[in-house]
Design a protein. Structure first.
Ligand SMILES: Cc1ncc(COP(=O)(O)O)c(C=O)c1O
Length: 417
């Protein structure tokens, strides 16, 4: 043990909200150490591999000695051009690769640093609640404030945003959006919603960041609109996309921001100081992914759709009321009153982990409006998902403990979200 007599962390760290996954992660760790085979549906960490073509390209590029130096912090030109081609192909949006596209070490890193580039003490961002935690922490880490409004995808939600912007002084500077949404899987029907957002942003002079992490994880015929398809979107905002979810490259750490040139430039400036870019073979393999592996993207979305059916059907069979999402890799489900009681979803999730040996994310960890719900990540195969529902049923409905601990053949540690 050391004596921490002169350690004084920054205000930046101290003003972070409490970390609500703490107890759940501690319990999970303890159980795993005891050899319990936890079915982990807690985090949106893809469990499938990228297609062989992508992995082969990574290996080939890694064998080239020229690819091991520092790379370009904003991403190599061919990669940024591939993103602009993808946007043209998928959404009909034109982007200038060097001015309007930047690569980042996953969209989470890019988002956080974009907050740092745009926000500071005295500034405010508007974020819907429930929210993906980094949408709040990224703003807090930049020293700025967050004002939450209950999340929605309609006129009423836009009305709440307009009200806040009109009545708060100083006016909020930034609006953070995310459709398809994590954790609720909420979607918007068409680009009209974003056109209204652009109109509001121009009227009130705020910037917009749209996190489009699940833009390619859609099913049942649903196609998620890109924010950048809205007329004038590039005047007010940017959109983040990721290789993590559509291409199963979460651990590779690569994503992009696209849109407003000034915002992209500000992120490039911050990144220029902080990092030397993504490992070049990863950038090369990502070009191949975007150019040739679209079939893998739709197959992965179909896999999530089948898993969604397993979970939604299973939960309905045990008496939960749950709506099937049409996008994302999550099922957002209201916990039955009789199971939740007065304890709230954080103790509920801990109890489920203890008694059912299934990890899910408590809705409260995503904001006050998430209380009463849980988020189930579709990151195990269908058989394991069926098993998870059986174990939840036994633990909740029959008061029977989950099956006795089975030894883990291979310990898999998942980092915190
Ligand atoms: C909404 C949302 N944004 C961003 C991320 C992070 O993605 P990346 O791996 O690109 O950092 C996630 C990951 O779960 C997410 O759900």
């Amino acid at each position: 043990m050391t004596d921490n007599w002169n350690i004084d962390v920054s205000q930046r760290i101290r003003r972070l909200p409490p970390y609500l996954f703490g107890e759940l992660n501690r319990l999970k760790y303890q159980k795993r150490r005891a050899g319990v085979d936890i079915i982990d549906l807690g985090m949106g960490n893809p469990s499938d591999a990228p297609t062989t073509e992508i992995i082969d390209k990574l290996c080939e590029a890694a064998h080239d000695p020229r690819n091991h130096g520092y790379s370009a912090s904003a991403g190599v030109f061919n990669l940024r051009r591939e993103v602009s081609r993808l946007y043209k192909r998928l959404y009909g949006v034109s982007l200038a690769p060097e001015e309007e596209v930047i690569a980042c070490l996953g969209s989470k890193e890019g988002f956080s640093h974009m907050c740092l580039a745009l926000m500071g003490p005295g500034d405010t961002a508007v974020v819907g609640d429930p929210y993906f935690p980094i949408h709040v922490y990224g703003v807090a880490l930049a020293g700025a404030n967050v004002i939450n409004v209950p999340l929605g995808n309609d006129e009423a939600f836009l009305g709440r945003i307009a009200y806040v912007v009109e009545h708060l002084f100083p006016k909020p500077k930034l609006l953070i959006l995310n459709y398809p949404h994590n954790p609720t899987a909420m979607t918007v029907d068409g680009v009209g919603f974003f056109e209204e957002v652009v109109r509001l942003a121009k009227k009130h002079g705020f910037m917009v960041i749209h996190d489009f992490a699940y833009g390619r994880t859609c099913f049942d015929g649903y196609e998620a609109p890109s924010f950048l398809q809205a007329e004038g979107a590039k005047d007010v905002g940017v959109e983040f996309v990721t290789m993590s979810k559509p291409y199963n490259m979460a651990g590779w750490r690569i994503g992009f921001a696209a849109g407003n040139a000034e915002m992209i430039r500000s992120l490039a400036t911050i990144k220029g100081y902080y990092d030397y870019g993504i490992f070049t073979p990863i950038q090369i393999a990502s070009i191949i992914a975007m150019r040739h592996c679209e079939k893998g993207v739709s197959e992965q979305a179909q896999a999530y759709r089948s898993r969604r059916d397993v979970v939604v059907d299973g939960l309905r069979r045990i008496g939960w009321e749950v709506e099937p999402p049409r996008a994302s890799m999550f099922v957002w489900a209201r916990v039955r009153e009789e199971h939740l009681g007065s304890e709230g979803t954080i103790p509920f999730a801990n109890r489920l982990l203890d008694e059912a040996e299934v990890a899910i994310a408590p809705g409260r960890a995503f904001g006050e409006q998430g209380e009463g719900y849980v988020r189930i990540a579709l990151v195990e195969n269908e058989q394991r998902l069926r098993q998870a529902i059986r174990q939840i049923d036994r633990a909740l409905n029959k008061g029977i403990k989950a099956p006795s601990a089975t030894k883990l053949k291979r310990k898999r540690q998942r980092p915190a979200e």
